[in-house]
Design a protein around this ligand. Sequence first.
Ligand code: ACO
Length: 334
Amino acid sequence: MPALRSVRILGTGMYVPPDVYTNKDLEKMMDTSDEWIVQRSGIRERRFAKPGLGVSDLAAEATQHALTAAGLKVSDIDAIVFATLSPDYYFPGSGVFLQNLLGCGQIPAFDLRNQCSGFLYGLNVAKAFISSGQYDRILVVGAECHSRAINLTTAGRDVAVLFGDGAGVVILGPNDDPKRGLLSLHLHSDGAHRDALKMEFPSMRKWPAITQEMLNDTKHYPTMDGRLVFKNAVTRMPEVVHEALAYNQLKPDDVDFYVFHQANLRINEAVLKHLAQPASKTYNNIDRYGNCSAASIPMVLDECARSGRIKPGDLVCMASFGAGFTWGSALLRW
Ligand code: ACO
């Protein structure tokens, strides 16, 4: 068997729609308050895409930035891995929407359904293809249009205030620099908690998949056991970071920069405390964008790469936790 190739991130990109919705804007739609939202989640505003746009449109914008950053052309991309929980259509997946929008050749387009861990799952899929030599450069996408499926009334306020729209992408490729590259990925799931955070309808377990009665009962919106999600996130994220570090015979102090999924500022503060690491070793943008699920990690990567917050040679550790439950970590030398 030929040796596996080392893999690295060649470029990053992100895009958020221009329309800003502050907590004060949400106060006009439901019984909530800026104080409640900031105190519980750290979120101050989020972006909502205009009707008519979908995740593939946001991802296409982000991809152009990543191509420029990597010095590549659309024709250099050999495959797309698209992670989202808010796709353009129920089917086909958003990967083919993006393939068409970008005007790539007839390259394969994979779609992943791993919610807030979707980007790390996507990174693992892409890494495996590149390491084995099957493809050279893969566009890994995390993108969400959450605004389409949140109940922006008081009945849905526990979930609705947390989410926003956005896209983040990376282009992954073979690595010729022995001092850089993706070192490891560790992924997990526990379907025993599949109902703790879900959007059940339309459901292919039902016939018909959605009825007027379900719509009247607002069954087509997500539901969440927030406390259970919180409790599991603050346990699983440090656990999977330690798993990555142990695998690479490293310690939390060896990491230069931590990139966490942006679900809740309080979760990330608790994870950092658990790892006994200073706030200066991480970066959060949840205050400006809310929780963008699969897009959150690549959006943070892009802002940090562009601002120089993450520098070539830095040891970067990413970690996520989300619906499913699914969680994971990735360690790379930037
Ligand atoms: N505005 C005002 N009041 C609200 C709102 C709101 N938007 N939402 C709920 N409340 C009220 C509740 O009705 C409740 O009122 P009551 O005491 O009269 O019954 C009160 O606030 C407290 O509600 P709780 O749900 O107990 O609030 P909690 O302190 O648990 O905070 C939160 C809720 C922020 C969701 C928290 O549980 C949490 O952070 N969970 C983690 C889940 C998460 O971050 N999910 C994001 C997506 S998952 C992921 O990406 C990992």
